[in-house]
Write a protein that binds this ligand. Structure first.
Ligand SMILES: Nc1nc2c(ncn2[C@@H]2O[C@H](COP(=O)(O)OP(=O)(O)OP(=O)(O)O)[C@@H](O)[C@H]2O)c(=O)[nH]1
Ligand SMILES: [Mg+2]
Length: 459
């Protein structure tokens, strides 16, 4: 069983990212933080660090015994007004690995313990300064790669998601009270809506949050977008146009792209890996045949596929039975290319099967239709969550909300059938699932240990 580290000793860690940087920070937290600062920091004005007013920045040197380690700034925070709620000092040194390592060593020699991953944030949580939801959001902010994931993390950090869950919790409590009343006083009629309404409100809000889970997952993990189509339809040209630089080889010879190639881009806040593939046809040699097999596999595994059709060439050859069968598998947008050339057919002739959506006409040459295509891709990836204020970005929260929704819905059905006792149990379970997200009402030590172990050291 995983154990939490002690929270009453003094810990230290390098808080900035490894590598070269102009400034690096060693963070120290615990009851011995100020004594430690006296031992490892010599202010330029000859004062003692422990005598400085909290919140001040002091110039001086990090020292290790008689040795000057580096020029540095000292920042001081007094409990409880610090990140961890404890006495905290931060040493800002030059950012090179040697200076930081030597500063940390001086701290460890002066009695600090090396902090484990997430230990500073764990202390903030244990001190009651932040709830678990906010603690996890700290990690999400640190890890955020795109604006959208940063916005989602900020939503958890500010407590706004906690507030929305709080509303759900009070609805569930209200339903619970109604169920209890119906059970305790079977002779007094408890009006049906006293139970139905809060259950419906709670379930509705949980469903709205869950509808954004896929978008949240994609904003963290990224989406894979496969470009497919016959040789020469303009797959490589479209990839280059989307990227804004020449990534993939383009030529008038059909069968130019034989291998596949991946390129990263961001669409609507979602990190997307666009994959250019070999044109699909009866291959002329073994290498091309391997490329075609690979292209089909990539299309199978993609989150979304773009099927490209050349608008200036005959449609029937490009959209044969095999291509139509592929379309029927869903998750596919149909893109008509070479919009700058004369149209050889009308879009009405497409007659797309369900699962495939038209995404307009584009020209890689003139840029026509590219914005609209990007919008269509984002809409297809995110669904209704595209317009939502925030997305649920954390798997643990998604699991807890899914469980809460199931039990709330079941409680509603039980209560309608007159099974009040069972409904009450389900509502209690739903409360427990939601409480596990914020951790306000207690959470197992093992869960805590596993959550904080995913942090980086120094946070
Ligand atoms: N006029 C015009 N020509 C285009 C456009 N997009 C591509 N082409 C031309 O079409 C030909 C094929 O383009 P590619 O991007 O190599 O096509 P592909 O689908 O990657 O072809 P393969 O790799 O052979 O499967 C090239 O001669 C391009 O210049 C477009 O939007 N307008
Ligand atoms: Mg190509």
């Amino acid at each position: 069983m995983a154990n939490l580290p002690p929270s009453d000793d003094t810990i230290a860690a390098i808080a900035t990212a490894p590598g070269l940087g102009a400034v690096g920070v060693v963070r120290v937290s615990g009851p011995g933080a100020y004594a430690l600062a006296d031992a490892v920091f010599a202010p330029g004005n000859g004062s003692r660090p422990s005598a400085t007013k909290p919140g001040r920045v002091v110039y001086g040197h990090v020292v290790d015994g008689d040795r000057r380690v580096d020029e540095a700034l000292l920042l001081t925070f007094r409990a409880p007004r610090s990140y961890t709620g404890q006495d905290v000092v931060e040493l800002q040194t030059h950012g090179g690995p040697a200076a930081l390592r030597a500063t940390l060593d001086a701290c460890l020699r002066s009695g600090a313990r090396l902090a484990g991953p997430g230990e500073f944030t764990l202390r903030a949580y244990l001190a009651g300064r932040i709830d678990l939801l906010q603690a996890e959001s700290v990690m999400d902010v640190v890890e955020a790669q795109t604006d959208a994931s940063l916005r989602n993390a900020g939503f958890g950090l500010s407590g706004a998601l906690g507030e929305r869950l709080g509303t759900v919790q009070s609805d569930i409590l209200e339903a619970y009270a109604a169920v209890q009343a119906a059970f305790d006083y079977p002779d007094d009629d408890v009006p049906e809506q006293a139970l139905e309404e809060p259950v419906a409100r709670a379930a509705g809000e949980l469903r709205r949050l869950l509808a954004t889970a896929e978008a949240g997952r994609l904003s963290r993990m990224g989406a894979r977008l496969a470009l497919m189509g016959r040789p020469n339809v303009g797959k490589s040209s479209l990839l280059n146009a989307l990227l804004g630089y020449e990534r993939s080889l383009v030529s008038a010879t059909p069968g130019t792209t034989r291998d596949y190639l991946e390129a990263p881009l961001t669409l609507g806040g979602v990190p997307v890996t666009a994959i250019d593939t070999a044109g699909i046809r009866q291959a002329e040699d073994a290498i091309e045949a391997s490329g075609v097999t690979l292209a089909k596999r990539i299309a199978e595994q993609a989150d979304l596929r773009l099927l490209l059709l050349d608008g200036s060439e005959s449609l029937s050859e490009q959209l044969d039975e095999r291509a139509r069968a592929e379309l029927a598998k869903g998750r596919t947008l149909v893109v008509v290319t070479k919009a700058d050339l004369t149209e050889a057919w009308d879009e009405a002739e497409l007659r797309l099967p369900p699962g495939a959506e038209p995404a307009g006409r584009v020209s890689a040459l003139t840029g026509e239709g590219l914005r609209e295509l990007e919008t269509a891709v984002v809409a297809a990836l995110l669904g209704s969550a595209a317009g939502a204020e925030v997305w649920l970005g954390n798997e643990r929260h998604v699991a807890a909300i899914t469980a809460a929704l199931e039990t709330v819905e079941r409680a509603g059905a039980q209560a309608r059938g007159g099974w009040y006792e069972l409904a009450a149990l389900d509502l209690q379970e739903a409360m427990r699932s939601l409480a596990g997200i914020t951790g306000r009402d207690g959470i197992g030590e093992e869960t805590l240990a596993s959550i904080f172990s995913r942090f980086c050291v120094g946070k």
